[in-house]
Every structure is written in C-alpha cells, then in structure tokens.
Design a protein around this ligand. Structure first.
Ligand code: UD1
Length: 418
C-alpha cells in the first residue's frame, strides 16, 4: 500500500492553488440526480471520494464525462436501483443520493453507509427528515429503504444537532416535494450554501442557506445547469498550518477568506500573521508562537475537520494547549500516532491536553482517517529525521495531489508505492 516519506526541509514558501471543495462537490453531484438535464460542474477536485461518487452515479445510469477539472453529467434515463454495499461502504457521503432519489422517484434503497471511522456517526436525523416529508422508512439486511406512495409533502423539521449531511439530504428531498419545508437548527456550513445555490440555479427555491433556518419550496421539475464548486476551506486550512508548523510564508490562491475566519482567528491567536492580498491570503510566521485552547463546533465555530492538523501544530508550541472535540466522539485516533513522533498529549474525555515539546522525531506512523493523515504529514514536515506515513489512501480520499503541492512549496515528501 502506498505511503509518504516526509522529512524536515525548513520553512515552506511560495504559492499554492486550493482545489474545489470535497464536501461541496459530493452533495452537488448527488443533487444532479434531481434533473434529467445536463449539469456541467467546474473546479472538480480529482479525489478518491469523487471517483466513488462517479461510480455510484454511473451505477444508476448517469453518463459522466470528465474533462480535466470539469464534469459533464447527463442523468437522462437513469434507473433508481438499490445502491450496493460495495460502493456505499467506501464512502459515507454515498448516503447523499438518498434525498434526491426519494424526491424524484418517491422511493430509494441504499446499503448502510461507510466512510471514515470517526465516532458512531448515525443517520437518524436524515431519516427523521425523510419521515417528516411523508416517507416510510424500513431497515433490513443492511439496507435502508425510504418510500412514499404519494409525492413527498413539505413539512417542518427540527434537527437535534445541525448535521451537515442531514441538512443537505433534507434540502434535496424537499426540492421536488409538494409545498414548503422548513429546516430549523440547520447546519450553516458554506457547503450548504453552495448546494443551495446549485439547486436555485436549476430552478429550485431554497432560502436561508447559511443560517439556522432554511426554507425550501418544492417545484415540479429542475433543469440542468453549469456550476463552479467553491474552494476547499479545509485544504486551505491545512496549508495554513503547513506554513505555521514550518515557520514558512505561503500565498494561498483560490480561497474564500470569509469561509476561513474560524481557522484564521485561532491561527492569529497562535501568533501567525495572515494578510488578505490581491490574489489570495498570505500566511507568514514572523514572531515566536504561543499555545492556545480551542473547541470544535459546527460552522461558524472551529471545524472538526481542522482539529487533527491544529493538534500537530500544538505539539510543537511552547506551553499547554487544550482541544475540546464536541462534534464527533472518538476523533482523537491521531493522538497515539502523534505520540509515536514524541508528542506529549493526554486525553481527558472529549479533551486533549497537549504539552508542547521542543521537537518531534520522525518514525513510522499510520493515517487512521483523512484529517489524521494530513496531521501526520504536517508533523513530519517539522520532525527530525524521516517520517513514514502509511495508509495514505485516507489522504487521497480528500486531498488533491497533496504531495506535489507540498513539494512545490519546498517540502521534502515522496510517495512510495508500499
Ligand atoms: C460532514 C463532512 C465531514 C465533517 C462533518 C462535520 C461531508 C461529505 N462530510 O460529515 O467532513 O467532518 O460534516 O463538519 O460533508 N449525527 C447524528 N445523526 C445524524 C447525522 C449526524 O447524530 O443523522 C451526528 C454525527 O454522529 C456527528 C455530528 O452529528 O457527531 C456531525 O455529523 P454531520 O454534520 O452529519 O457530519 P457529516 O455530514 O457526516
């Protein structure tokens, strides 16, 4: 299995162009199932998770023509077949096809989802939303089926937690339903806004995306459109930490600064200088850095998807930092791997207490999930000696060409075939 060999090569400097957002492209590809028109999607990141979504759509009969970073998706004549375990187990976001298929055909059957093993990750809120719109839900033999003999009917849905996936799935299910749906305590992530903009340009009616109350009025049909995916704020945040951890100076191109505010705020507290300038955002280390505390929260709080990368940085900050993870249970699997590099971290319930050390020492470590893998690469960039990160298929799921982007900034990183 491929691995990365990383070693310290001093401060990273230069420019990096951020790819389209993984967490936007997946729901938007799923939402293309709402129409039999042709959708043209630009700034597609070529990632393993995107490949899995392509396979899933092709399973239903979608014709997808990739042209570099553009996908042309033609969903004419698709068949609403059960989504098999072989595909769904590879990616939890496969579950996002449920809302659009249910909305369009009144029934959908899908194997239970897989994806990163972070916490328990139930799907009860998605199902609660479908049930509120009139679907009967049944579970059996590892499959979930939602069906409604009549057209789905708009309704009010209150989410007990602002789940990103549930908000997206309910928006898509409501898009072709009869009447109005209101989602309260909805997720406010930028990717929800991107999905809503896509559905609106198809002729749908979604209002309030980016706030905690979203209103959807169902329409009779939606048309194919062209849409450009927003930049990936988590990839951008990861490169911000790469600049910080190596004492570097990096210009991030293709970013939306507003989406990065929560990460920017915490990095500024650490002592990193961040400037918006023409063409992007510059991240520069100009002064000694200091420890901080942070808590992950739904947007606009600090993203859980940046928690592991920030922990890698905290390992080498002077003093004590504390991270409290409130979004996922059991999202500290990277701790034992960071400790192998010499980090001093203790877990106390949902918090990690990180005592900064003078240096990390390279060794063999394993990516346990996507962001954990990124954190280990970052740690390897500042550790003495060589760090070999194995199981990097996790990283390939969500980072486009990570090693070539890092190499262009001066990093010493090599992909090994085993
Ligand atoms: C999405 C992102 C993922 C990110 C996460 C939180 C995609 C493809 N993935 O995942 O990168 O880490 O948001 O920002 O966009 N929950 C329930 N019941 C449900 C659904 C979720 O209890 O029905 C809980 C989960 O267990 C978790 C929390 O809600 O503790 C957040 O999950 P959610 O926001 O749904 O994450 P995803 O949409 O799976």
């Amino acid at each position: 299995m491929p691995s990365f060999l990383v070693s310290n090569n001093g401060p990273l400097t230069g420019e990096v162009t951020i790819s389209g957002a993984k967490n936007s492209v997946l729901p938007i590809m799923a939402a293309s199932l709402l129409t039999d028109g042709t959708c043209i999607l630009d700034d597609i990141p070529r990632l393993e998770d995107v490949e899995v979504m392509c396979e899933l759509l092709r399973h239903f009969g979608s014709k997808i023509s990739p042209e570099g970073k553009r996908f042309i998706i033609d969903n004419k004549g698709i068949k609403n077949m059960p989504a098999p375990y072989e595909l769904v187990r590879r990616m939890r976001a496969s579950f996002l096809v449920m809302g659009p298929l249910l909305s369009r055909y009144g029934r959908v059957k899908i194997s239970l989802p897989g994806g990163c093993a972070i916490g328990t990750r139930p799907i009860d809120l998605h199902l609660k939303g479908f049930a509120a719109l009139g679907a009967d839900i049944s579970l059996g033999h590892g499959f979930i089926e939602a069906r409604s003999d009549k057209k789905l009917r708009g309704s009010s849905v209150y989410l007990d937690f602002p789940s990103v996936g549930a908000t997206e799935n309910i928006i898509m299910a409501a898009a072709l339903a009869e009447g109005q749906t209101i989602i309260e305590n909805a997720a406010e992530e930028p990717e929800i806004i991107d999905l809503s903009n896509f559905i609106n340009s198809m002729g749908g009616y979604v209002r309030g995306a980016g706030t905690d109350t979203i209103k959807i009025k169902g329409v009779d049909s939606l048309k194919g459109v062209a849409h450009t995916i927003i930049p990936d704020r988590i990839e951008a945040g990861t490169f911000m930490v790469a600049a910080a951890i190596t004492g570097g100076n990096i210009l991030l191109k293709n970013v939306i600064a507003d989406h990065l505010r929560p990460v920017e705020a915490k990095l500024k507290e650490v002592g990193i200088r961040i400037y918006e300038q023409e063409g992007g955002m510059r991240i520069r280390v100009e002064e000694p850095l200091r420890s901080i505390d942070l808590k992950t929260l739904p947007y606009p709080g600090f993203p859980t998807d940046m928690q592991a990368q920030m922990m890698a940085l905290m390992c080498v900050l002077p003093g004590t930092s504390i991270i409290t993870e409130t979004v996922f249970e059991n999202r500290f699997m990277h701790v034992s791997e960071l400790k192998r590099l010499g980090a001093n971290i203790k877990i106390e319930g949902r918090s990690a207490v990180i005592e900064g050390v003078d240096y990390l020492m390279g060794t063999d470590v394993k990516a346990t999930d996507l962001r954990a893998g990124a954190a280990l690469v970052l740690a390897g960039l500042c550790a003495y000696g060589q760090t070999r990160v194995s199981d990097i298929y996790h990283i390939d799921r969500g980072y486009e060409a990570m090693e070539s982007k890092l190499k262009a900034l001066g990093a010493n990183i090599k992909r090994l075939s085993c």
